[in-house]
Design a protein around this ligand. Structure first.
Ligand SMILES: [Zn+2]
Length: 268
């Protein structure tokens, strides 16, 4: 489905550092009226013009997963990633007490929530994608949905796993959660070549650790810990070849194409 009014005004400079020295990379495959630009000054790729936040919801509800389906292979890759993410949280913030409340924004099928529940935590996940929620509810956890339940306790740790690269206005999206102490964030680790070559799958930002720091610091966050990690080959294969058998199970993808930036931030 095509939304001609999805887009805001075209930018002639980098939205992060305001440099005019930005390079036009290629047309954005998912947003045909936009182009992906790269700013060499702050190492940041961006969709230009940016989609309008209010219209994006319709886009995700109608188009995002139309040609995709969930499977056991997808679930295994998501659970593998979720396990590594929880390990990173525990290594950074220490073992949490059982009354720690987790909220996963953009939870997909709910892999993280499933693991948190198994560990005995109070956790809920929200996602716009009806297919992901349906699949997750049938197979992994009932504590996911389109909205946060009205009686849900104030979260201590918010998770944004492969989510903020979809938000046109990251600052506005994160500031809604100013009362939450810790934010776990994971995004794909991009560079100019990755932004140029990879199908964008609706991403409107392409970050290196440097540009991600700029954006989060400008939003009022302090980065407590940050690292880059290779994600298992299974994730790539589950996304692209989910119906085929494959022999690369568990391999690590090469840097620059298949690495992620993983971090914990707190409000300054
Ligand atoms: Zn810049």
């Amino acid at each position: 489905m095509y939304f001609p009014k999805l887009f805001r005004k075209k930018m002639d400079s980098c939205p992060i550092c305001k440099s005019k020295d930005v390079m036009r990379l290629k047309n954005h495959e998912d947003f045909p009226l936009s182009t992906i630009f790269w700013c060499p000054n702050c190492e940041y790729g961006f969709c230009n013009p940016m989609p309008d936040t209010t219209k994006l919801k319709q886009y995700y509800q109608s188009s995002y997963r139309n040609n995709d389906s969930f499977s056991e292979a997808v679930a295994i890759s998501r659970l593998t990633r979720a396990h590594a993410q929880l390990q990173f949280i525990e290594e950074t913030l220490g073992q949490q007490t059982k009354d720690t409340v987790f909220l996963d924004i953009g939870c997909g099928i709910g892999a993280v929530i499933h693991l948190l529940e198994k560990k005995g935590y109070y956790a809920f996940g929200v996602d716009e994608d009806p297919l992901a929620i349906d699949w997750g509810k049938k197979n992994l956890t009932t504590n996911i949905g389109h909205e946060v339940p009205p009686d849900f306790r104030k979260p201590d740790i918010l998770l944004f796993s492969h989510v903020i690269e979809h938000f046109p206005d990251i600052t506005a999206a994160l500031k809604k959660w100013k009362r939450t102490r810790y934010l776990f964030i994971e995004v794909p680790h991009a560079n100019k070549d990755v932004a140029l070559s990879k199908p964008p799958v609706s991403h409107v930002h392409f970050f290196t650790p440097q540009s991600l720091c700029y954006v989060l610091e400008a939003a009022g966050l302090h980065i407590r810990a940050m690292n880059t990690y290779g994600i298992p080959m299974t994730d790539y294969l589950a996304n692209t070849l989910s119906k085929q058998k494959h022999e690369y199970f568990g391999d690590i993808r090469p840097a620059g194409d298949g690495t992620v930036i993983r971090l914990i931030a707190e409000w300054k």
